[in-house]
Write a protein that binds this ligand. Sequence first.
Ligand code: SAM
Ligand code: SF4
Ligand code: SF4
Length: 413
Amino acid sequence: MASGRRSGALPSTAATVDTTPRCRPGRRRFRLAVHPPPWDRIARPMTERVVIPIAEHRYDAALPHVPESPQSPVGRLLDARGRRLHDLRISVTDRCNFRCTYCMPKSVFDKDYAFLPQSSLLSFEEIERLVRAFVAHGVEKVRLTGGEPLLRRNVERLVEMLAAIRCASGEPLDLTLTTNGSLLARKARALRDAGLRRLTVSLDALDDATFRAMNDVDFPVADVLDGIEAAAAAGFASVKVNMVVKRGVNDGQIVPMAAHFRGTGHIVRFIEFMDVGASNGWAMDDVLPSREVIERIHVAFPLEQAEPNYTGEVAERWRYRDSGGEVGVISSVTQPFCGDCSRARLSTEGRLYTCLFAGAGHDLRGLVRGDTDDARLAGAIAHLWSQRTDRYSEIRSSRTEGLRKIEMSYIGG
Ligand code: SAM
Ligand code: SF4
Ligand code: SF4
């Protein structure tokens, strides 16, 4: 098998963690299941962790600094580590009809959970204006996500508005959307007609019982597969299929998923379970390293590594030696890729986050709803990005364990 682009040895430093319970009155608690970790890098003795109230994060956003005399955007913006601003991910709703155990566990996202009110959400016009400001700085790729983006009413109208935007090169944006697929059979044609060119569907198992348990709302796998078929029929020739792998939960589905989508033109991407947010009970021993994913598939269907499509591509590509297509692995835990990270994230209510693992954002909505003109809006974005130093996945360790982090469903995956 070819060696991986990021296939260095697995990390094994010797930090021991002080996991003093961080209990505060009035906060929700959940028990963290603990087994002996595979690596001692993030060892966790039996303890109780506290979920930070998620709504609290929403108030943790300062208004960005707005330069008095902003420079005009030149179509290329670098952060403090020399990384370009190239991708923008936009969460169009914090709501979801699934309760995936690794993302929106029912114990936290229950009937009492306070989702954002409609008035807090960025309107489509506000999103469009912000996207134009980002495009002026060189953003060429936009992903709509959530929560479940297809729950946002008339999301295809937003797609249509964003599809009309041109990059500095004159080309349309590389516009894509990530969905759990539950509403896709109904929506695929409208999304395609609105100008969406690429699509990612999340699917964690082919086995119906495993899938129902992971989405935790008893949603059948057949309906998601119907959605993928509908998407293909509507013209999405190569759908990306995201599978979050949790050791001992759905890792038995790796080879069946690879087998099912081999030869279809669709590309399965196996994602390491990440410690996003504070509610999913993440533990290192739940992570199956991508290297093992590739080894398992390779035994069944020999693989060889493929070149990345572009610098900064998140997924590492592997193709079947017999021309059956390709798979990808996203290894943010075992092989971090912060060095190339060119992604900014816009939350449902218009906070800008410069890292998936950030604890606080900046309130761009406050500027958009105020009297800030386009030049000063672009200046504020430039100021924020140019100060960016994030590299959470590279420094994930005992030192980062207790950090406050925003939830994935709010910030967008
Ligand atoms: N609801 C849509 C979906 O599931 O496709 C879009 C939003 S979801 C937050 C975006 C992606 O993040 C999905 O592919 C999901 O599987 C992934 N994701 C969520 N929580 C994750 C975690 N803890 N680790 C790794 N990936 C995660
Ligand atoms: Fe919903 Fe997507 Fe999170 Fe699952 S991963 S709970 S489908 S937002
Ligand atoms: Fe980018 Fe943050 Fe992920 Fe690193 S940890 S790749 S900086 S989002």
